[in-house]
Design a protein around this ligand. Structure first.
Ligand code: GLN
Length: 205
């Protein structure tokens, strides 16, 4: 892999794929879409987009990608999941659909659609260590988002909400090469979270 522009895939089965491709390119990666196992083999890192985790879970099986992806995660592939992607990286899900499974990798329990029907979306300025140290907070947009209900000892908590009905809830985590946020930096035009992920991919390479 090139040390300057790693190739990072965006799982392109469902969800806001184009936004992640644009944010990755802006963040210094060569971004490609991934729908097949052969495409997965060619990437140095992968983004699991926001969308609907139950649909992505089902399509991972239909496209016969689920086991290949689980194997690459186990080998240490850097993966960033936003919103539905965070759910897919969780070992455990509360309020999942019947039969819903995840890929796992991060020792955490997430609550799906956690903000409830009254608060489908939420926005907050968030500080993220290593990402907002030298600048303003990230405009974190939550859309029918999960939160992290419980995180294991090896999970690094990057951010908690500071205000509103979900104050104190964990919304950004990292464990090893896996990064997950409840929110959608890809829709804000701020590429710092993606730039940080690109740096994680470079470090591993
Ligand atoms: N509620 C969705 C799910 O369960 C996630 C929403 C999102 O990605 N914006 O997967």
């Amino acid at each position: 892999m090139s040390s300057t522009s790693p190739t990072i895939g965006v799982l392109a089965l469902q969800g806001d794929v184009r936004e992640h491709v644009a944010a990755l390119q802006s963040g210094g990666a060569r971004a490609v879409t991934v729908r097949r196992a052969g495409e997965l083999e060619a990437v140095d890192g992968l983004v699991l987009p926001g969308g609907e985790s139950t649909t992505i879970d089902r399509l991972l099986r239909v496209f016969e990608l689920r086991e290949a992806l689980r194997a690459r995660i186990a080998e240490g592939l850097p993966v960033y999941g936003s919103c539905a992607g965070m759910i897919l990286l969780a070992e455990r899900v509360l309020d999942g659909a019947v039969g819903q499974e995840t890929l796992g990798g991060i020792d955490m329990t997430v609550r799906r659609n956690a903000f409830g029907r009254q608060v489908d979306s939420w926005e907050e300025d968030l500080r993220l260590p290593g990402i907002t140290d030298d600048g303003p907070g990230v405009d974190a947009v939550f859309i029918r988002a999960p939160w992290v209900e419980e995180a294991g000892p090896d999970v690094q908590v990057l951010a908690r909400l500071s205000a509103g009905p979900a104050a104190g809830r964990i919304v950004a985590v990292r464990q090893g090469a896996l990064l997950a946020t409840s929110f959608h930096p890809e829709i804000t035009g701020d590429d710092r979270v993606h730039r940080h992920f690109v740096a994680m991919v470079r470090q591993r390479g």
